[in-house]
Design a protein around this ligand. Structure first.
Ligand SMILES: C[S@@+](CC[C@H](N)C(=O)[O-])C[C@H]1O[C@@H](n2cnc3c(N)ncnc32)[C@H](O)[C@@H]1O
Length: 235
């Protein structure tokens, strides 16, 4: 799989590869990489005007899509939307490719590396929606700086999201949930859309479940589903 040798060695905390892939999955990955994976040029640039075969109505981004359950379900439900997923974990990308293959999905592009590298290559107001679902909680205090929901990353998302665009964040981790809300409240560009526990403990119908959410449910952990809106720039 020669494409995989080109992955930039950016600082992503967590696994890049787990169990070795079944040969059918490895063959599928080889087939899908040239057509559907995104790569940055040497200067970190991306030909973002021509990511999809047809110009999508909107472009959405999912950061850390795991094995791609949510991403592929959104791609099925929204065929006119182009969805970019970022996930450095090879077995996760393989899971997504299996979904794409099974459902014949062509409105997905994936970037198998640190989402922050890709986000830096995108222009202002490029995205109509973004998802960060069950991000790694990094519970130890000394690891909090690894959390993907950080003031710097929220600034980047604020730059990338169109006026009134949604940012959806889900977590089953109580402390990270409080952290996320605090970081979101500190950022003047977002408003929280949920109005009480009835809303934030209930996943919206157009918010498909993820693997991590299901795992949390199995061990009795409640999840929180937060929706934020990017405020209009000039209001
Ligand atoms: C706890 S898992 C959740 C996966 C999936 N969203 C779910 O809910 O099932 C967090 C995922 O984020 C990915 N991740 C961590 N840091 C990342 C980064 N900088 N860019 C993109 N993905 C990242 C990890 O590889 C992992 O698959």
């Amino acid at each position: 799989m020669k494409n995989l040798e080109n992955i930039k060695g950016s600082r992503v905390y967590g696994r890049r590869q787990g169990k070795s892939l079944r040969s059918a999955s490895a063959i599928r990955l080889d087939q899908y990489f040239p057509k559907y994976s995104l790569s940055l040029d040497e200067d970190g640039g991306l030909d973002y005007e021509n990511l999809f075969n047809h110009k999508p109505k909107e472009i959405w981004l999912e950061i850390g899509f795991g094995k791609g359950e949510h991403l592929s379900a959104q791609a099925i439900a929204n065929p006119n939307v182009g969805i970019i997923g970022c996930e450095p974990f090879l077995n996760g990308v393989s899971g997504l490719v299996d979904h794409m293959d099974r459902e014949s999905l062509s409105n997905i592009r994936f970037y198998m590396d640190d989402a922050r590298l890709l986000m830096d290559a995108l222009p202002d107001g490029f995205l109509s929606r973004a998802f960060i679902l069950f991000p790694d909680p990094w519970p130890k205090k000394r690891h909090h700086k690894r959390r993907i929901v950080s003031p710097g990353n929220l600034q980047v998302l604020s730059r990338l999201l169109k006026d009134n665009a949604e940012l959806r964040i889900g977590t089953d981790h109580h402390d990270y949930c409080r952290w996320i809300l605090a970081r979101m409240m500190e950022n003047p560009d977002f408003t929280w859309q949920d109005h009480g526990p009835d809303q934030w403990h209930k996943r919206a119908e157009d918010w498909p479940a993820t693997r991590y959410e299901k795992k949390a449910l199995e061990v009795g952990r409640k999840s929180t589903y937060m929706t934020f809106r990017r405020k209009p720039r000039y209001s």
